[in-house]
Design a protein around this ligand. Structure first.
Ligand code: FAD
Ligand code: UDP
Length: 382
């Protein structure tokens, strides 16, 4: 094989490692990708009848407070000034999400100062003192009434798992604010790639030392032999599910071109009621108000969530106690696997935002890959 390093998977983790190893170390890198495009789940494409950029694997909003990651991604693309805001529908009314003073005042039907709202929620949250799962954590943060309105039904649809069996960390991703700040993310930097995700991702792979082989499964590759591997596919698949299958949630996306210039007036509308089968509707034109899109047509995508079967795309690790027990055993196997580094969302069974995937790839490059190749005078066997 004519490569110094093989990377299984061309998502942001694999592309970051490929780019660093090719550009910084001069290694010949072979990236094998099962799909027919690079970029993993951040990939986007143009809906042909409207020209609207649609994120094929669900809406992707870039945000980070990590200076190094921000500097790094700006080498490949500039970012628009987009700021993410979300609304949620509950019993026929619309509220801002994540829960902020606007949500609290609207839900309880009266004007409250930040201190009044804080005192009300604290009284309603007092029933939980030592939160050990998602439900308890959510109640401890926002109290039972707001939990039951905005979180319980949505979470039940999204995870199809009893919220008392889900880890508390899932809900701490959402801020709770006692101001009218209704921005979704707290990070210092935020925006969408000006020329679209695919242009960004393809630019990362654009180097004479990087060969990308699309439509190729890593496990069908002829004899990787002694060549070191960075593996970003599912961890359990690598070991032929020897310790059992890790639980994943998948999503079904139902796109539709609608004959109006504006379907919902905002990029993302969540649906908190349990009897609405989808969790949210994305309207992609609103991610790029700076672009010229048709005035009379728009693309909407309804999102449905369910457990992943063997043939489905694994999107979110469910991470129940049983999953975590299997994960410990897989991590032992991974540590013992010589010449293979496991990374990324699938390879570590971890929910990673894009900036986290990039940061962790840069860390692997600094701490593992660069020292490894330096010690072997660049062109090294495992
Ligand atoms: P992936 O992007 O999953 O890439 C892995 C790649 O490996 C895939 O292309 C896959 O085809 C390939 N592969 C797997 N097995 C093999 C094999 N055997 N052989 C060859 N190739 C293989 N992050 C944000 O920051 N903001 C968001 O708004 C956001 N929204 C998201 C919405 C959804 C629905 C999902 C699922 C994720 C979202 N993310 C978001 C997270 C973001 O997608 C991840 O951070 C990013 O995908 C991580 O990159 P990765 O390289 O680890 O994994
Ligand atoms: N969540 C909720 N109601 C909402 C939005 C989110 O209960 O309107 C919960 C839900 O459990 C979800 C978690 O908060 O899994 C994290 O939300 P986030 O928007 O980060 O999820 P993602 O967009 O990654 O699916």
């Amino acid at each position: 094989m004519n490569a110094d390093l093989v990377i299984a998977g061309s998502g942001l983790f694999g592309l970051t490692v490929a780019e660093r190893c090719a550009r910084d170390l001069g290694l010949r890198v072979l990236v094998v990708e099962r799909r027919d495009h690079v970029g993993g789940n951040a990939y986007s494409e143009t809906e042909p009848s409207t020209g609207i950029e649609v994120h094929r694997y669900g809406a992707h909003l870039f945000h980070t407070s990590n200076e190094r990651v921000w500097e790094y991604v700006n080498r490949f693309t500039s970012f628009t000034g987009y700021r993410h805001r979300v609304f949620t529908v509950f019993k026929g009314r619309v509220y801002p999400m994540p829960i902020n003073l606007g949500t609290i005042c609207a839900y309880f039907g009266r004007v409250m100062s930040p201190d009044e709202a804080r005192a009300l929620v604290a009284a309603q949250a007092a029933e939980v003192t030592d939160p050990r799962n998602l439900e308890e954590k959510a109640i401890s943060l926002v109290g039972r009434p707001l939990y039951e309105a905005f979180i319980r039904g949505y979470t039940a649809k999204q995870w199809q798992t009893d919220p008392r069996e889900l880890p508390p960390e899932i809900i701490t991703r959402l801020p709770v604010r006692y101001t009218f700040d209704d921005r979704y993310f707290n990070d210092r930097y935020e925006g969408l790639p000006t020329g679209g995700y695919t242009a960004w991702l393809e630019r990362m792979a654009d180097h004479p030392n990087i060969e990308v082989r699309l439509g190729t499964d890593f496990f069908d590759l002829d004899a990787a032999g002694n060549v070191p591997v960075v593996y970003t596919g599912p961890l359990d698949r690598y070991f032929d599910h020897a310790e059992g299958r890790l639980g994943w949630r998948t999503l079904d996306f139902a796109p539709e071109v609608v004959a109006t210039g504006d379907f919902q007036g905002t990029p993302v509308m969540n649906y908190a009621d349990e009897d609405v089968p989808y969790t949210r509707i994305h309207e992609f034109r609103h991610f790029h108000p700076e672009r010229e899109y048709p005035p009379d047509r728009t693309v909407i995508v309804r999102e449905y969530s369910r457990f992943a079967d063997a043939g489905d795309e694994p999107y979110y690790p469910i991470d129940t106690a049983a999953d975590r027990a299997k994960l410990v055993r897989y991590r032992d196997l991974a540590r013992a696997e010589k010449g293979v580094w496991f990374g990324g969302r699938l390879g570590t069974y971890q929910y990673l935002d894009m900036h986290m995937a990039i940061a962790s790839a840069l860390t692997m490059y600094d701490n593992r890959l660069r020292p490894h190749f330096a010690a072997r005078g660049t062109k090294g066997a495992r």
